[in-house]
Design a binder for this molecule. Structure first.
Ligand code: NDP
Length: 249
């Protein structure tokens, strides 16, 4: 029996990409995974797959930008499992465009999901972790949360916010509440993230990156989450900057 057996994780953005891969990985390790996203058909399929492997999964319909949806989802998971030991704030989107295209609806959606989504879920889950005097929060930032790239300006701004929030949160809840915080900052990962790009030229440019390098897979990120979760309690892997070997920028 692993030391993770019986623990519960809430994973946002679990319907595809990094979140889905991490749900599979944590479930294999004996963790009950609360899988949150808007596309519940996808989550139901994943739940069936996880349960066929002997894992435990709970489907949670959640829009992370909607406070009442987040609160209801967290309440459902706590009612089902009694606790939330791990929170993976992973839901995000990247509809890239140049600033002078003024795609302000897309800017707002990125702020609502990438920043406010992280704050909403953290606010809903943290009280349970404080009561339990333990917990581990993962936030998916990006290489775009460490550096700024032209053409990715608003996305970079949102991911820099996630990096800053993660570090401050770590300082505030580590010693005081015995809660670990890990900020994950990946380079290019093969997921559906580029599907959100509405500008065809920018989308093609991003897709072409696949010809330059072998992208990371969602599974590669899931492995780092598992590694950080399994570290002894006195060890907080505060930042994980994980890159494709061939990504030369
Ligand atoms: P995907 O597009 O495959 O996954 C994004 C996930 O976010 C989906 O499950 C989607 O679910 C969910 N999501 C989007 N909006 C909402 C919302 N309002 N409420 C709840 N869930 C939502 O991309 P990735 O797996 O790549 O993305 C995961 C994270 O990784 C993101 O934060 C992204 O910024 C980050 N990242 C990705 C990199 C990459 O190269 N792929 C590199 C660095 C960071 P649904 O639509 O069903 O709600």
């Amino acid at each position: 029996m692993s030391n993770l057996e019986g623990k519960t994780a809430l994973i946002t953005g679990a319907s595809s990409g990094i979140g889905a891969a991490t749900a599979r990985k944590l479930a294999e390790a004996g963790i009950t995974v609360g899988m949150a996203a808007r596309r519940t058909d996808r989550l139901e399929t994943l739940k069936t797959e996880i349960e066929a492997q002997g894992g435990k999964a709970v489907v949670i319909k959640m829009d992370v930008s909607d406070v009442s949806s987040v609160e209801a989802g967290v309440a459902k998971l706590v009612k089902t499992t009694g606790s939330i030991d791990i929170l993976f704030n992973n839901a995000g989107l990247m509809p890239l465009s140049d600033i002078d295209q003024f795609k302000t609806d897309e800017w707002r959606r990125m702020v609502d999901v990438n920043i406010n989504g992280v704050l909403n879920t953290t606010a809903a889950v943290l009280p349970h972790m404080i009561t339990a005097k333990s917990g581990h929060i993962f936030n998916t930032s990006s290489i775009a949360g460490r550096k700024v790239f032209s053409g990715l300006t608003v996305y970079c701004a949102t991911k820099h916010a996630v990096t800053a929030f993660s570090d401050g949160l770590r300082m505030e809840v580590g010693k005081k509440h015995n809660i670990r915080v890990t900020c994950i900052q990946p380079g290019a990962v093969a997921t559906e993230l580029y599907d959100q790009i509405s500008d065809p030229a920018v989308k093609a440019q991003m897709e072409n990156l696949r010809n330059d390098m072998t992208f990371l897979e969602g599974d590669d990120i899931a492995n780092t989450v598992l590694y950080a979760v399994q570290a002894p309690g006195h060890v907080d892997l505060a930042e994980i900057f994980i890159m494709p070997t061939e990504q030369g920028w």
